[in-house]
Design a protein around this ligand. Sequence first.
Ligand SMILES: Cc1ncc(COP(=O)(O)O)c(C=O)c1O
Length: 394
Amino acid sequence: MRGFSPRVELLRESPTRKIDALRERLKQERKDIILLSTGQPSIPPPREIREILMGLLAEDSMELYGYTPSQGLYEVRDAISEDLKRLGGIDVPPEQIVLTAGGQGAMFSTLAAILEPGNEVVLIDPTYFGYKPLLDYFGAAVRKVRASLEGGFQPDPEALKSAVSRKTKAVILVTPDNPTGRALREDVAKAVADLARDYDFWVITDEAYKTLIYDGGHVFMYKLAPELTISINTFSKDPAIPGWRLGYVYGPPEAVRKIKLVSEEVVYCPPSFAQRLVAIYLRSDVRMRYIREVVDAYRRRRDVAVQALRQYLPEARFAVPSGSMFIFVDLSAYVESGERFAETLLEKYGVAVVPGAYFSDYYKAAVRISFVAETPERIVEGVRRIAEAVEEGA
Ligand SMILES: Cc1ncc(COP(=O)(O)O)c(C=O)c1O
């Protein structure tokens, strides 16, 4: 009896991969697109690190090409352990870290390891579009808790309290958030940790952007509830190797052991060359200097984007992001459907953005604007064209 799993029918191409494919097509047609859609960094990893890697490439050895243990090379996990201590003052031994094929691999393996059909999982709305399809695929019942623009997109602890119960398997918190750039406030994080203890659920904290903070600091959930926190991480943003597919999960030993087994079945081991680069990077003197320079550069671009939005789209509503790479802009004063608007904007005005509907059931007239992929001049030009498009009724 030939056929397909009904589960696989739930999967859809992600909006950013779809835009990547469209970009490829437009590149063939030699059309120049201003990319305000992508979460891909524009500053490559530090030159010093790339030069060391070049030396390794010249060696006649299998070091860069071989399999690694499925949990990842010990030297990388040890370097991550030191990095977590340096960044957040948290003590996570290498045994409690598993390397994965990017953040996506971390998400898939974690959810596969903890979920069974019917489990309740709480998601914040808006949040990263990557979670919902996986939760659907694993048969979880998704409960959404709305975070409002007026409240700076901080989830309301009271709303969270009414969303959780003894049936809750996990609450997923992305901080700094994609698409809103909101960094979780310490008191909100504490309230979630208390709820997790009271109701005995996992807190899955997605820290993909933990080093891209422009104002304030990053709350390490693990500090508040180490026994209940599973943290999703990626090297796609810092040090900017999204195509090399490396990420990691840290958490309690039992969780990490199980996540490792899933990850092994999917990729056997994460890419060895990416592991080598990351081990060299995290242990080098340039690590902190590089990320400071990147944050300074992206902060300047964020400020340019904010300024341009205020100038060209005075009725657009947004919260200035304190981290990540994005501004979530509510265009409801100008357009009805962010999705239709984004399509016209790309086809007629040559600017790519991601519609808010991919992140939210409420903010359907919003779009997500990235401020890291383009130069300040092109960011301003992109926002100017958005204003032109709304004026012309796109
Ligand atoms: C919040 C968040 N989590 C996870 C991921 C996935 O990470 P990766 O691109 O390394 O698979 C992304 C990617 O943009 C993200 O924004």
